[in-house]
Write a new protein. Structure first.
Lengths: 519, 79
């Protein structure tokens, strides 16, 4: 506005009541006012002041107070909250900055200050610095770490795109998806992607898609981005709010902001960064052709595997059926029978032999035992006795035979002798002897005969039959054939058998009476 | 395959498993045939998913209660 150089003489001094201007006295306020007017007139309303920040103080009200200094001087500065809030980067002591604003006099303190409307880092752009600062901050918090990256679904069914509904980006994304994988549903969440309110809209959209995904039939994937533009245009994607919304998303996010060279904070936080929206779509969905090929490949593989399996199974079956067991099912049985025969034959041979072996051993054992056993001892003794007896008998028989032979020999000798000569002495003697024998014998015989007759008579007398002949009888009980000697031995009703001389008869006892009653 | 149709990814994975099982002869022939039939059903299912060719594009907007609603989306090229 005022371009002419400052001229103190032109500062108007207001007339002060009660003060004599001509006397040359002025009040503090007058001086301050003079300075204020002089400053306002003499200084350009906009200054770009280069300096280093020091004594930075952020007041609770949001206002910033700081001092700009260089080698020789210091300048007090104020930045009101409204201006400070628009700042992209965070000022700090020691930072070389360019402060844009106006110098005004602060009358109360009697000092002049630079009222900063805009503060920019020196050397690099403010946005660059802001980007660096936010990146450092979020990096320190770990938001970019690989472990937070969610895997992308390989075959998404439904995906959401958070971007401008009118930009080139959405057109590129939809075209690419349609070309590659038309079997996916796309939900477009239209947002402002630049200008005031854009970061908020983007962040809110990301949050909404997450919270509303279930109601929308699940969303597998999100693409957040916009087409190319200046750093300022892309700036929304460098906002902390957007970065945090992306980080908090449950649904995996592909960022697609600007062109290849543009890397935003959103790109760093996102699960996958795509260089462009088209690239994002290519990452998001597979090519249908590839997928179909993969399905066919699997189907073929399955069919091949099955075919091989069947062929192998068939071959195995053939192999088995070709074997003797199936062609001649009885062969195996015959072979077994043969084996059985062989075995039984061996058994037939070996068994008796073994039985015999055992028998022999048993015999030997028995013999050993026999020698020890007492029964055997007795038996053996008996055998010995018998043997001796037998031998004795044999000796007796033999002796007897010898004796007979000797008698016979003698008899023969006697027979050969002349009887007259040989036997005369004998017959004479015999005659004598026989006479003697006959006399005594006759006597004896007669005597014996008498005795015998006498005995017989006695016996006859004793014979009860003869008693019966005299009219007696014998009575016996029928049972037991007991002799009845006393009437007491029978009772009424007993049956008795009575024997008489000629025969017997049976009768029943009646009227048994004792002897004394009889008398 | 059960009451719920598997997702494309699940179906592919299952196919892979079945093919491996049959290839490696881990399962018997009868089981192989059953699995093969399942596998072929999965292939059909996969192809069905992929043949749903019409690309459904809808616009999301927020209702007053904060929930989302959808409507048809017509992309325009004015940047």
């Amino acid at each position: 506005m005022i371009d002419e150089p400052f001229d103190p003489t032109r500062v108007r001094v207001p007339p002060e009541e009660g003060l004599d201007a001509t006397a040359g006295h002025v009040t503090v306020s007058q001086v301050t006012d003079m300075v204020k007017r002089a400053v306002e007139r003499g200084l350009p309303s906009t200054l770009h002041v280069v300096g280093e920040i020091s004594n930075l103080k952020r007041h609770g009200s949001g206002h910033l107070y700081l001092t700009l200094k260089d080698k020789f001087s210091e300048l007090s500065c104020v930045m009101w909250r409204s201006s400070a809030a628009r700042m992209k980067f965070t000022p700090a002591d020691g930072l070389e900055v360019i402060a844009t604003g106006a110098v005004e006099v602060f009358a109360r303190a009697g000092r002049y200050q630079l009222y900063i409307r805009k503060l920019e880092p020196r050397g690099i752009g403010a946005l660059d610095l802001a980007f660096r600062q936010l990146r450092e901050k979020l990096e320190a918090e770990g938001l970019f770490e690989q472990r937070h990256k969610r895997p992308l679904p390989r075959y998404p069914r439904q995906l959401a795109v958070v971007t401008s509904p009118t930009g080139a980006a959405i057109a590129d994304i939809l075209r690419t998806i349609e070309r590659r994988y038309p079997c996916v549903s796309v939900l477009v969440y239209p947002v402002l992607v630049q200008g005031p309110g854009a970061p908020e809209e983007i962040a809110r959209a990301i949050e909404r898609v997450n919270s509303g995904a279930a109601a929308l039939g699940e969303i597998d994937l999100m693409i957040v981005g916009r087409g190319g533009g200046s750093l300022e245009d892309l700036w929304s994607f460098n906002e902390e709010r957007v970065a945090r919304a992306i980080f908090s998303s449950r649904i995996p996010i592909i960022s697609a902001v600007g062109h290849e060279v543009d890397v935003t904070i959103a790109d760093l936080v996102a699960d996958v960064r795509a260089a462009t929206p088209t690239a994002a779509a290519e990452i998001a969905v597979p090519a249908l052709e590839d997928v179909l090929n993969a399905v066919s490949e699997r189907a073929n593989r399955l069919a091949r595997a099955m075919h091989n399996g069947l062929r192998l199974g068939g071959a195995a079956l053939d192999g088995i059926t070709a074997r003797g067991a199936f062609r001649q099912p009885l062969t195996a049985a015959h072979r077994r029978a043969q084996v059985l025969d062989l075995v039984s034959q061996q058994l037939g041979q070996s068994l008796p032999r073994r039985v015999a072996d055992h028998g022999g051993r048993l015999d030997r054992l028995g013999r050993v035992l026999g020698r020890i056993a007492p029964e055997a001892f007795v038996l053996r003794t008996m055998l010995t006795v018998r043997e001796i007896e037998h031998r004795l008998r044999w000796v007796v028989v033999q002796r007897h035979a010898e004796a007979n032979a000797a008698v016979a020999f003698c008899a023969a000798r006697f027979a050969r002798l002349s009887p007259a000569t040989a036997l005369r002495p004998f017959s004479e003697r015999l005659e004598r002897l026989s006479f003697a024998i006959s006399v005594s014998t006759r006597r004896r015989i007669a005597e014996l005969k008498r005795r015998v007759d006498k005995e017989r008579e006695l016996l006859d007398a004793l014979n009860y039959k003869r008693v019966l002949g005299r009219g007696f009888s014998i009575t016996r009980t029928k049972k037991g054939r007991r002799l009845v000697r006393s009437a007491a031995e029978v009772k009424d009703g007993d049956r008795v058998v009575t024997e008489v001389a000629e025969g017997s008869f049976e009768s029943e006892v009646v009227n048994v009476r004792q002897l004394e009653l009889f008398e | 395959m059960g009451k719920r149709k598997p997702s494309f990814e699940e179906a592919l994975k299952q196919l892979e498993t079945i093919a491996e099982q049959i290839e490696q002869g881990k399962i018997g022939l009868e089981e192989s045939i059953t699995q093969y039939e399942t596998g072929m059903a999965l292939v059909k299912h996969c192809r069905e998913i992929l043949s749903r060719a019409e690309q459904r594009i809808q616009k999301l907007h927020e209702r007053e209660d904060g929930t989302l609603d959808t409507s048809d989306f017509k992309p325009s090229q004015d940047t």
